[in-house]
Design a binder for this molecule. Sequence first.
Ligand SMILES: [Zn+2]
Ligand SMILES: [Zn+2]
Length: 133
Amino acid sequence: MSATGGCLCGKIRYTLKAEPALTVVCHCTHCQKASGSAFSTNLVIQRADIDFTGDMASYDDTADSGNTLKRSFCPKCGASIMSESSGRPGSAVLKAGTLDDPSVVKPTMQIWTRSAQPWVKLEGEMKSMEMGR
Ligand SMILES: [Zn+2]
Ligand SMILES: [Zn+2]
């Protein structure tokens, strides 16, 4: 898959040094707010396997699961880049829409389907969970 990406304005750039362990679509209400869209598409990868250039701003969110979720974004253009959960130290969730070529992403799981918008029907072999994982 494509191993580089960045924010809308180009201040934040990153390179992935490993393949993501999982690609997960999240329909939770907080991802809807943070992305301004119906769901987020997330690459689960070790934080140490992402090389960033540029300083991100962050917001400590409380996820639907109850964990503290540090949501990082570009301070200039506001693009959501990554989140890190207090429940999974060392693990990062990268927003797949920020890849230079997001078309390589193949989600294998969708979570929080109980808050999915009724018009969202995803195709492909995908494990579905009503809540988080
Ligand atoms: Zn930016
Ligand atoms: Zn979510």
